[in-house]
Design a binder for this molecule. Structure first.
Ligand code: SAM
Length: 295
């Protein structure tokens, strides 16, 4: 059953909650961050799929929402999909929420969305709370391009994953990067970030939208040092700024040229490095000449 939106002049009165599967973001800590449309959509839902029904029950109670709920998490998603598609085919409104924030973003739901799209069933999404974007906009780091990487892998795989990103930076990637992390692993992850990326501007965003919200903007080395033996309290996002372009380019160019000059003529080295870096030949030649003269 569909419930009309509240009578607010700013709302388009003709807008009714969408049919089909609707992705509904929920607060990441501050109960007040439910949108008017999110409330109306959940009230109108025939079924609300929740990551954890007990967590969502608190939100539904706070907003007087009585719709039926059912769990959808990583372990039962595949198995539940056929029955859910059947209900969608029957014209039902099914809302998907996670414990907090935007569904699918480091949360379950992707496989259901794929299946519904492949079956040609309507899927829509409401905008709303998300920790990564809130942290990014507050960070003071360049907001785009940005790269959201979810949770880093654990153990040795983490440093390997960071090294891969660093290699991508050497190949031209230049973006603010954002990770989610458990507070108990923040210290070791910061240490690995420092080892892989070197010192650069970084941010630890803690308890966003909550009473103890804190945005710590500092060089990566300071953050790694500060949290080496003391876990941050509450939920955290970690961000690092893009590699400083000028230093990166200069270091990179010199290193490439030294290697090339060691095994080729100046002309050949310039040709190889120009092709590899995409930098103007004139710039590469001038630098190669300077290095060759220094030797
Ligand atoms: N779907 C959620 C979203 O849209 O942001 C993210 C879910 S993910 C399982 C949970 C992680 O998001 C936490 O471990 C933390 O890294 C980050 N997070 C969630 N809420 C946060 C908050 N209030 N402050 C800082 N980080 C938060």
């Amino acid at each position: 059953m569909s419930e009309a939106l509240p009578d607010l002049p700013i709302l388009n009165r003709t807008a009714t909650p969408p049919v089909g599967l609707v992705l509904v973001p929920t607060p990441i800590g501050n109960l007040g961050d439910m949108t008017v449309r999110a409330i109306a959509t959940l009230k109108a839902a025939d079924l609300i799929l929740c990551e954890d029904t007990r967590v969502t029950a608190r939100l539904l109670t706070a907003y007087g929402i009585n719709a039926a709920t059912a769990p959808l998490h990583d372990h039962n998603e595949d198995q539940r999909i056929p029955a859910l598609l059947e209900r969608l085919r029957g014209g039902q409104r099914i809302a998907l929420v996670s414990d907090a924030g935007t569904p699918l973003v480091s949360d379950p739901g992707y496989r259901l969305v794929r299946a519904a799209l492949e079956a040609g069933l309507p899927v829509s999404a409401l905008p709303g709370p998300n920790a990564a974007l809130t942290a990014l906009t507050l960070s003071g780091l360049p907001p785009h391009p940005f790269l959201f990487l979810g949770f880093p892998p654990r153990g040795g795989a983490r440093l390997a994953a960071f090294a891969q990103l660093r290699a991508a930076e050497r190949a031209g990637l230049s973006a603010t990067m954002i990770w989610y992390e458990a507070p108990s692993r923040a210290g070791e992850t910061l240490a690995d970030l420092l080892a892989a990326f070197g010192d650069r501007p970084a941010v630890l965003a803690r308890e966003l939208t909550k009473h103890f919200e804190e945005i710590i903007r500092a060089p990566l080395s300071e953050l790694a040092n500060r949290f080496a033996n003391a876990d941050p309290r509450g939920e955290v996002c970690l961000l690092i700024g893009p590699a400083p372009a000028e230093l990166e380019d200069a270091d990179d160019l010199d290193a490439r040229l030294r290697t090339a000059l060691a095994g080729a003529t100046l002309k050949q080295a310039v040709a190889d490095v120009t092709a590899a870096t995409g930098l103007p030949r004139k710039q590469v030649y001038a630098r190669a000449l300077a290095l060759a003269t220094d030797q």
